[in-house]
Structures are given as structure tokens and as C-alpha cells.
Design a protein around this ligand. Structure first.
Ligand SMILES: NC(=O)C1=CN([C@@H]2O[C@H](COP(=O)(O)OP(=O)(O)OC[C@H]3O[C@@H](n4cnc5c(N)ncnc54)[C@H](O)[C@@H]3O)[C@@H](O)[C@H]2O)C=CC1
Length: 398
């Protein structure tokens, strides 16, 4: 298996293209489950094929089976049913056979077939065993737009979401079928079950543009189960919360939790935005700061006339003026390069890496705005960690 895999890796792009051509040729009906735009399909090509090969290459790992079961549970929202696994398996095997050349022997074929069966069995078992709905239908009950690019959508899920403050959900709209993106929630579900989704519009991003500019109250969105590891650790240590852009949403949820259950230790909050207009929750924060002695707040925007990212340099200066980083639990949220840069700085300032919390930063150090070319894929292959099915809230949190 490993020897044929090495050959396939060198020809990954060819294998992935063959895989999808084979799949859609033999099962044209499956095409509708995949994104329709060429860009999203390119991204999908990277993802699915990288995931399949990664998983097969790590079959010995003890954590793989639980991961696959969770992955199967979460794939139900993509309308993946048990019958699809055989079709995908046949096309994967065909792509591997075509790409492996002479390394494809009967023994290798048998090993890959068995390995794929283990994956398919674990994922279908995970899907069948789940008590969760495949997705949550949620009605838009309010839509606020701040400036050109930020939308805060209040949603009422038909069934309450299990959620821990700081987590994100994947979101889909019938206006952009088969496209799912993750966005953070800015609050734990209220007594009326509503939650706020904070969305920053990405230039050319079809779903984010629709969510910020077009979606109206009364519409339904689909939500995947909340996930992510950026949740408050209440371990009786001073807390620093650092948010940039709509990275403010999970920090807002954590701050609300702290306000509801005041901490014994001090909390430092740094809110970074591209300009003052994007500090859209400032009145709320100012209200908290005025009445909570344990909370100190620093707002950071770029100097007048400077690029939005200069705010990050200003933040670095502000962080450098504070001390006692070793004692702090630091929660960081924002654009991937911001998180990476700020986490590095905090470590230099003395923060403990094991007390520095943020969601996974995409491989290659930057949020990818386009699919990887073959050379990049080969030289700097991303870990398939775009989806972390762990870190769910306990079911009884309502
Ligand atoms: N859990 C998390 O980490 C969350 C992350 N996000 C991410 O936060 C981002 C929010 O986007 P916007 O609101 O449009 O933010 P934005 O583009 O307005 O940026 C806000 C600030 O982040 C810093 N920044 C942005 N890009 C940077 C770069 N390349 N290098 C250094 N600093 C940089 C700058 O100081 C900028 O003023 C999205 O990428 C979203 O995926 C959003 C929610 C939660």
C-alpha cells in the first residue's frame, strides 16, 4: 500500500481528476451533491482526495476510527447516504489503480479495498448511530448589516443547538446550494433559542456575500452541529481575550459567559478592527467595562491612513506593554495570519504555548483563497484538518 501510495502522491492532481471524472461518469446523479462553481469544485477536489489518501495512509492510528465515525455523522448534512460509499470506493480504487502504474498488484489492490471498507464501515456506522439531527434548520429572524462587509444574523433553530460559547457552526443557504462555510456564533442560545451568526463578507465569496447582503428575515438556513476548541477554560487563571474582525464573535460569546458567571481573576480584552466602524459591538463592550471591575478593554484600529493590518502592529505594541503573560490563559480569534502572528508574538512575550487557545490555523500559514496548484499541493500538502468533528457540546446543554 505504502509503495503504491508514494506513486499516487507524486501524481495527486491527475489521480484526483481521474477520481471525479470516474465518479460522475458512472454516477451522474452524484454530481448534484458537489459544489457547482468551478472554484469550489477545485477546492473540493483537494479536500476529498487528500482526506481519503490521508486516512488510508494513517489506518494504523488508534484515533482514526473514532474520527471516522464522527466524520460519517457530520457528512449526513451533505446528504451522503450509505449507498454513496460503494460508488466513491469504486472510483477511488480506479483512480489509485490508474495512477499507481506498475505498483498496482493484486495484493496492493486487496489491501486498498480492505482499507477503504474499514473507512466506509466506520463512517456509515457513525452516521447510523448518531442521535443528532443531520442539520438544524434555522429561521433568520433579524438581519443587521454593519458597513459594506459585516452581517449579524439572528437565527432561531427549530431544535435547540447544543453549543459551548466560542464554537462555530457550518452554514448553508438554498441561495448557494451545496456550499457550506463555517461562521462563529456570538452568543450561547438565548432562552428563545436564538443565536447570532457573525459573518464577514469575503470579496468574491458567494455564501458570505449572500449572508451579508441578500438574506432576509423569514428565510431558512441550515446549520451543522457546533464545533471547535476555542472555548473558555475556567481554571482560576487570569484570562486574556484577543479578537480581530469577526473573530470577535466567539470572544463575545465567551465574554457573555464571563459576565453571567463572573470570574475571580482579571480579564483583559483586546478588540482589533480594520477601522472604528468595524468595532460594531463597542456600545455593548463599553457597557460591560463600565460595570465590571474585573474587565479591562483595549480597542485597536490602524493609525489614520494606514492599511488595516497595521492594527496588528499596534496590537503587538500594546501586548508588549502588558506583563505576566506566563500566568494568562489566552484565547485568540481572527484571520488566520493574524492568529498565527499574534500567537508567535505572545510566546516570545512569555505566554505558555499550552495556555494559548485558538482554532486550527490552516496549513501554509495563510487562509487559502484559491485551491492549491499541484506543485503547492505536493510540496506543502495541507493536513486535512478543515473539519474537526470533535469538541462537541454535551447533549444536555440545550
Ligand atoms: N475562531 C476563529 O479564529 C475565528 C476566525 N474568524 C476569521 O476572522 C476573519 C475575520 O475577517 P474580517 O472581519 O474581515 O477581518 P479584517 O480583514 O477586517 O481584519 C481584522 C484585523 O485583523 C488583522 N489582520 C487581518 N489580516 C491580517 C494579516 N494578513 N496579517 C496580520 N494581521 C491581519 C488586522 O489587524 C485587521 O485590522 C475571517 O478570516 C474569519 O475566518 C472569524 C471568526 C472566528
Amino acid at each position: 500500500m505504502k509503495s503504491s501510495f508514494a506513486v499516487v502522491e507524486r501524481r495527486a492532481e491527475h489521480a484526483a481528476r481521474f477520481f471525479y471524472s470516474h465518479l460522475f461518469w458512472h454516477h451522474p446523479g452524484l454530481r448534484a451533491l458537489f459544489p457547482s462553481s468551478p472554484e469550489d469544485m477545485e477546492r473540493q477536489r483537494d479536500r476529498l482526495f487528500a482526506a481519503l489518501t490521508h486516512v488510508v495512509a494513517h489506518l494504523e492510528s488508534g484515533t482514526l476510527l473514532p474520527y471516522l465515525r464522527d466524520l460519517g455523522r457530520d457528512h449526513r448534512k451533505f446528504l451522503v447516504g450509505p449507498e454513496h460509499y460503494a460508488a466513491v470506493g469504486a472510483s477511488l480504487l480506479a483512480a489509485l489503480a490508474r495512477t499507481s502504474g506498475e505498483a498496482w498488484t493484486p495484493d496492493v489492490e486487496k489491501a486498498w479495498t480492505e482499507a477503504y471498507q474499514v473507512i466506509a464501515d466506520a463512517m456509515t456506522a457513525g452516521a447510523a448511530a448518531s442521535a443528532e439531527p443531520p442539520w438544524w434548520d434555522a429561521e433568520v429572524v433579524r438581519h443587521l448589516q454593519y458597513g459594506e462587509d459585516i452581517g449579524v444574523l439572528t437565527l432561531r433553530p427549530h431544535v435547540p443547538l447544543p453549543y459551548r460559547p466560542g464554537q462555530y457552526v457550518s452554514v448553508s443557504s438554498a441561495r448557494v446550494p451545496t456550499t457550506w462555510r463555517t461562521y462563529s456564533l456570538g452568543n450561547a442560545p438565548r432562552p428563545d433559542t436564538t443565536v447570532d451568526l457573525h459573518v464577514s463578507r469575503i470579496e468574491g465569496g458567494r455564501l458570505s456575500t449572500v449572508l451579508v447582503r441578500d438574506v432576509r428575515p423569514g428565510e431558512l438556513l441550515r446549520l451543522g452541529a457546533p464545533g471547535g476548541d476555542l472555548v473558555l477554560r475556567r481554571e482560576d487563571r487570569p484570562v486574556t481575550l484577543i479578537a480581530a474582525g469577526t473573530g470577535w464573535a466567539p470572544v463575545r460569546a465567551m465574554l457573555e459567559d464571563l459576565v453571567a458567571h463572573p470570574p475571580d481573576q482579571d480579564v483583559r480584552l483586546f478588540v482589533v478592527a480594520r477601522d472604528a466602524a468595524h468595532l460594531y459591538d463597542r456600545p455593548l463592550i463599553d457597557g460591560y467595562a463600565a460595570s465590571r471591575r474585573w474587565l479591562s478593554v483595549t480597542y485597536i484600529t490602524p493609525a489614520p491612513g494606514r492599511h488595516r493590518n497595521q492594527a496588528t502592529e499596534r496590537l503587538a505594541t500594546a501586548l508588549g506593554h502588558r506583563g505576566l503573560w506566563r500566568e494568562q490563559d489566552v484565547h485568540l480569534s481572527g484571520p488566520a495570519p493574524f492568529v498565527e502572528e499574534t500567537a508567535g508574538l505572545l510566546e516570545e512575550l512569555g505566554a505558555r504555548p499550552d495556555r494559548l487557545f485558538h482554532d486550527a490555523v490552516p496549513a501554509s500559514g495563510a487562509a487559502r483563497t484559491r485551491p492549491l496548484g499541484f506543485g503547492e499541493w505536493f510540496l506543502d500538502r495541507p493536513d486535512p484538518h478543515w473539519h474537526n468533528p470533535a469538541g462537541r457540546a454535551p447533549r444536555d446543554t440545550g
